[in-house]
Design a protein around this ligand. Sequence first.
Ligand code: ZN
Length: 215
Amino acid sequence: MDAVVKTLSIKHMQQTVEKPKPVVRPSREEAEAAVRTLIAWAGDDPSREGLLDTPKRVVKAYDEFFQGYQSNGTDVLDKVFEEVAGYDDMVLVRDIPFSSHCEHHMVPFVGSAHVAYYPSEGVVGLSKLARVVDVFAKRLQTQETMTAQIVDAIDEALHPRGIAVLIDAEHMCMSMRGVQKQGASTITTRFTGVFRDDPAEQARFMTMLQGYRAR
Ligand SMILES: [Zn+2]
């Protein structure tokens, strides 16, 4: 019982802020005990054969689901390339798939992120933009916070002339429980710099997202 209470209070402390505060993690054994408690809460017997190794697997899966706490976003974007032959037009990485967990119900939300920026001091490797999405997705999240955090990390690392991020996701807490609306998608956007100040730039971003699909 002790272990369960401890685990819950630690999760409560894990707020989704820009830089996660270091928290005292429970031991792996304590985390597995908490999973056994939840299995019993669901109404099943944690000691039956099929469920014996489940706590171990769940805790291991958590290592993967929440590995974003091991990184802060800007460290992923630390290598900036300045030699781009004067390229200063929009860089857009579209359809970056991600899976995250909502911080209110701890169930998945899955979707795509689209990330664009106008370089000023240099560019980052394209895969790094996808990785920065993962750093923030692999935490307990709200889609709104995640959108803002991706923008802030790119801004801090690159100081570009503008950033546009659009996230489109389906939340299992809306489709599997509560209002049970399957297929409803939630879209969040954040624009900075030229994207915020010039509606034509926002329109161009949206056109590039939807338009050119010759591939
Ligand atoms: Zn939720």
